[in-house]
Design a protein around this ligand. Structure first.
Ligand code: PEP
Ligand code: MN
Length: 362
């Protein structure tokens, strides 16, 4: 594969960003008071990096689209008063110039922007010659290449302090998550670019404040580098993402409860048991989807046999399938006896299903 990236460890002036990195703050800066009060409470709880959306990408027009540039002096006040570093989302060249003008310390590229190479290139070009850390969220769609492409574009503009943010992926069908975590994707990103820090955003993955603790623990157990969590002084009154924000106090409770397990033996990274289990879960999901598609084809065959008055069981075809699977098993290095046993069950279920089709009029 080989990516030609020139990366440096993530850092802010006077601070190395080490695992577990924590970035917290409201989804959006709404008013000066809400921004400053949230920041004060987070700083009092030990948070060092403050996030707040100034320009908000909203699904439909008419929703609150961020306060815009007038919010940037509020962030300047946050820095002066609390000493925290501040971080905002940028999606256009103008956002980049404005954020830099007001002394923002770190930028992030949002999921909708990462999905659009024109927009990423515009942001990257505006960043040329700057030395500011940039975090790149995954694209909304589960496309690892597109995520890496955005990282490459920003890196090619000369930005070396880069991190990735995993915020889950959209799905058409509703799941328990707002954005499906699909953990194998960020795990694969880490495998491909081992020196790229990956921060997990449980707020946008879960979409509900009650899910944040467990998702954060999962992220830490999978050995990711940090967390980005949305926090608001009064979540139920938030102008965006109200359901997923937590108060600074609730955030402190979540952080206090998290267990940070050591993921290294000596200096060798260890693949955690959870990481391996996640891979098994994901592969099993694929196996079941495949089995379902196989059964659907088998049903079509049943219908064909019914329409054409052909018997269900055709011994020659059965022997042919079994012999082929045995050969394929040997070729890929699986025990052929095991594979034949699995296929006997699959075949039995197919016959049963075709039988039901044959007998449907009875
Ligand atoms: C956000 O962080 O508030 C945001 C808009 O996130 P995303 O780009 O992940 O949807
Ligand atoms: Mn948000």
């Amino acid at each position: 594969m080989g990516y030609n990236l020139d990366l440096q460890p993530l850092s802010l002036p006077g601070m190395e960003l080490k695992r577990p990195i924590l970035i917290a703050g409201p989804c959006s800066a709404e008013t000066e008071e809400q921004t400053l009060e949230t920041a004060r409470q987070l700083a009092a709880n030990g948070v060092k990096i403050f996030r707040a959306g100034i320009w908000k990408p909203r699904t439909r027009p008419g929703a609150f689209e961020g306060v815009g540039t007038i919010g940037l002096p509020w962030l300047k006040k946050v820095k002066e008063e609390t000493g925290m570093f501040v971080c905002v989302e940028v999606a256009t060249a103008v956002h980049v110039y404005e954020a830099l003008k007001y002394g923002v310390d770190m930028l992030w590229i949002g999921a909708r922007t990462t999905a659009n190479p024109f927009a990423v290139q515009e942001v990257a070009d505006a960043l040329a010659g700057c030395d500011i850390p940039v975090l790149i969220k995954n694209p909304v769609n589960p496309d690892l290449e597109l995520w890496i492409g955005a990282i490459e574009r920003v890196n090619q503009a000369g930005i070396k302090k880069i991190g990735a943010i995993h915020r889950g992926f959209s799905t058409y069908s509703k799941t328990q998550f707002r954005n499906n975590p699909e953990w194998p994707i960020p795990i694969e990103l880490r495998r491909r670019i081992p020196n790229l820090p990956i921060i997990v955003d449980p707020s946008h993955i879960g979409g509900k404040s009650a899910m944040i603790h467990d998702l954060s623990q999962e992220a830490m157990d999978l050995n990711f580098d940090g967390l980005l969590i949305e926090s608001h002084i009064c979540p139920e009154k938030a102008w965006s993402d109200a359901a997923q924000q937590v108060t600074p106090e609730a955030l402190k409770n979540i952080m206090d409860k998290l267990v940070f397990r050591d993921a290294t033996i000596g200096d060798k990274p260890r693949v955690t048991l959870d990481e391996l289990r996640k891979q098994i879960d994901s592969i099993d999901g694929q196996l079941l989807d495949l089995l379902k598609s196989r059964m659907a084809v088998s049903e079509k065959i049943g219908q064909y046999k019914y329409d054409n008055n052909i018997t269900i069981l055709q011994t020659r075809r059965y022997d042919e399938v079994m012999n082929k699977r045995k050969e394929q098993a040997e070729r890929v290095g699986l025990n052929p006896e095991f594979v034949l046993k699995v296929y006997e069950h699959i075949h039995e279920e197919s016959v049963e299903c075709q039988n039901n089709i044959m007998n449907k009029d009875k």
